[in-house]
Each structure stands twice: as C-alpha cells, then as structure tokens.
Design a binder for this molecule. Structure first.
Ligand SMILES: [Zn+2]
Length: 222
C-alpha cells in the first residue's frame, strides 16, 4: 500500500514509540491479558492542525480504508480484546499488528498448550467482531487525554498495573505481599500512572504548528 508522504507521517517499528511497545516487557501484559494492540503501520496527517488524536489513521492493507485511530478507543469498547489484531469493520479482515518481544517469547514457549486451539479461538473471536463496531461514532468519541481526563486515564492504568504487578504476580509467584510492598506499589504506580497520563496528554493533543495553537488561543481570548 502506497501512502502520500507529503500528507502523512508514517509510523512503523522504526519509530521510537512503536519500538518501545516491542521492547518494554511490561507491555506484554497489555497485549496478552488485555488484548491491546498496536498496528504495524499508522499515519499522522501533517496537513491538519487538529490534535494528534484526531489526525491519526490506521490503514487496512486488505481494503485500503483509512480508519480513524479513535475507532479502537476505550470509550467504544474496542481498545482491548484485540488478541488477533485490529478488526477492519470495512472488509472483515484483520489489520496486522506488531508484537511485544516478551509476548512473543511467552507465546512461543506456551505454544504446545494453546497452539491446538488457535484456529477455533481465532474463529470465535472473529465472529464476535462485527457487532463491536456497529455503533461507533467517531465524532462522539471523547479524547481520553483531553483537559483533566488524562488524570483519570493515567490513574486507571496505574491501578491496573498495581493490581497486576503488586498483587497478581507476587501471589501466583508465591512471593510475600506485605504492607511495605503494597505501599511501595501504590506510590510507584500512582506516579507511573500520572506520568503515563501526562505524557499521553502531551502526545495525543499535539498540533502541527504553534501558529495554529496561538490562533486557537487568540480566538478564546477574543
Ligand atoms: Zn479492510
């Protein structure tokens, strides 16, 4: 699939953020447990001055439709459970995704267990997809990192990480869970969550140039 490079910035695994998704072992949790996935290719419209979240597109290599990135949003109930990839509601095929390195290792090691069921699991998953995308209205999809929303989004993520890393893993691993480890976990994941939320807020709301921002600010002032 060819893209207009004048219009779009193309994100592939060579981009540091996508690379981070591959290399950070913690993200294997998001991928394997939550089914959160990152497409192999995404596009950012350089000609629009909207916040980045509104000018990010995911191309389907099968039917070439450019999906609005917000199609797979928490608010639409489609950000997670995408274990087999991102479903294209236009052609019914799967948009290929990158895989976290540790997910890959875990999946490879456990293949003898789940490999037998892969086909059935995938078929069942695929059957459930169309209805998930039936009532999505992009214009009504709120930005999870808008205004103060980043605090809630960041803290929800932090809470999930706390439950997984400070309670879930130690429990199954037979490690001791003490008041000290719990408090330490709360501190780490509160800071981590807020840091994540704030970074995403800056990233997702970024516009192309300052001129546009100033214009918007001036309009508000006037
Ligand atoms: Zn498609």
């Amino acid at each position: 699939m060819e893209f207009n490079k004048e219009k779009y910035k193309i994100y592939t695994w060579k981009n540091w953020m996508v690379l981070h998704w591959i290399l950070n072992p913690g993200l294997a949790i998001n991928e394997l447990i939550l089914g959160q996935r990152i497409p192999k290719i995404s596009l950012e419209d350089k000609t629009s001055n909207k916040p980045r979240v509104e000018r990010t597109f995911v191309p389907c290599p099968h039917c070439e439709k450019l999906h609005d990135g917000r199609t797979w949003a928490t608010q639409n109930g489609t950000a997670f459970k995408n274990w087999f990839g991102l479903y294209c509601s236009n052609c019914g095929k799967i948009i290929p995704c990158i895989m976290n390195g540790f997910s890959f290792i875990i999946l490879a090691l456990t293949f003898p267990i789940w490999g037998w069921f892969r086909k059935i699991l995938k078929e069942n998953w695929l059957k459930k997809q169309p209805e998930r995308y039936e009532n999505i209205n992009i214009e009504l999809t709120p930005n999870p990192f808008d205004k103060k929303s980043w605090i809630k989004t960041g803290l929800s993520w932090g809470a999930f990480m706390f439950l997984t890393m400070s309670i879930g893993f130690p429990y199954f691993d037979g490690q001791e869970i003490t008041l000290k480890t719990l408090l330490l976990g709360i501190i780490i994941w509160t800071i981590g969550g807020l840091g994540f939320g704030y970074t995403m807020k800056i990233f997702m709301n970024k516009t192309m140039n300052k001129k546009g921002k100033n214009t918007a600010a001036n309009t508000v002032q006037n």
